[in-house]
Design a binder for this molecule. Structure first.
Ligand code: SAM
Ligand code: CA
Length: 237
């Protein structure tokens, strides 16, 4: 799949060198990308929102982390056509589960046939909703507290801190919460005047989020400059 330079910046990473980004994808990522994920990427290219899919190099890192922590109970906020969802479903054991939340069922249904063909639909509980009310309902049941191994957040940036607070209660000590797009196309390091109007508010939210998690003593963090920036939070208390 070929991208213009602008598309590749948004979709494939923040590396300064387009050639280097392509090199990483061609040598390490695409050759090892599971066939269903390739199919899902292909299906998604026909959709106008295609650049929203999780970058394949980030996907490779997320899949590795899911296996390293042996994640079984997971949650995803922001599904779109399901690249990160299918990646998670393929990376966790047969009897593991994902609660996947997105108010847009139509886009989920674009990728659903690929998920079904891959034989992993049974792991997925898709909830058509805004995420915050679902998280609040989950938190009403004390049994859910500290019961999740893993969470992936890739939705409305304005709510990242709200998701963080709730997920810190739902994810166990030692579990991971990963937030996507935390470098926001590189705009976090640019003066606000240089940023287009439509990205200003989300940029402010991401900066506020980054500042807040950087001093949050309940977690350890690593900000991986993969894709559009992945902040990996490990709950420690
Ligand atoms: N992780 C997806 C993937 O790999 O293809 C991409 C997700 S896309 C960047 C963002 C998604 O967040 C959209 O599908 C949108 O409908 C969803 N979204 C927006 N606001 C939301 C909210 N309040 N709660 C849950 N999902 C939301
Ligand atoms: Ca994203």
């Amino acid at each position: 799949m070929e991208f213009t330079r602008a598309e590749s910046f948004l979709h494939e990473g923040l590396l300064q060198s387009f050639e280097l980004t392509k090199y990483i994808l061609k040598t390490n990522v695409y050759p090892r990308e599971p066939t269903p994920l390739k199919e899902l990427r292909e299906v998604t290219t026909r959709h106008p929102g295609k650049l929203m899919s999780t970058a394949p190099d980030s996907g490779q890192l997320i899949g590795m982390l899911l296996k390293l922590i042996n994640a079984k109970k997971t949650i995803e906020i922001g599904v779109y056509t399901g690249y990160s969802l299918l990646l998670t479903a393929l990376s966790i054991p047969h009897d593991a589960m994902i609660i996947a939340i997105d108010p847009n069922k139509e886009t989920y249904e674009i990728g659903l046939p690929v998920i079904q063909k891959a034989g992993v639909e049974h792991k997925i509980n898709f909830i058509e909703s805004q995420a915050l009310p679902v998280l609040d309902i989950l938190l009403q049941n004390k049994d859910n507290e500290g019961s999740f191994d893993f969470a992936f957040v890739d939705a409305d940036k304005e709510n990242y801190l709200n998701y963080h607070e709730r997920l810190l209660k739902l994810v166990k000590v030692g579990g991971l919460i990963i937030f996507d797009n935390t470098l926001w196309g590189g705009t976090v390091a640019q003066p606000e005047e240089a940023v287009s109007e439509d990205r200003k508010e989300s940029r402010r939210s991401i900066i506020e989020f980054n500042n807040s998690v950087s001093i949050d003593q309940r977690i350890e963090i690593a900000l991986a400059p993969s894709g559009d920036g992945l902040t990996i939070c490990r709950r420690i208390r």
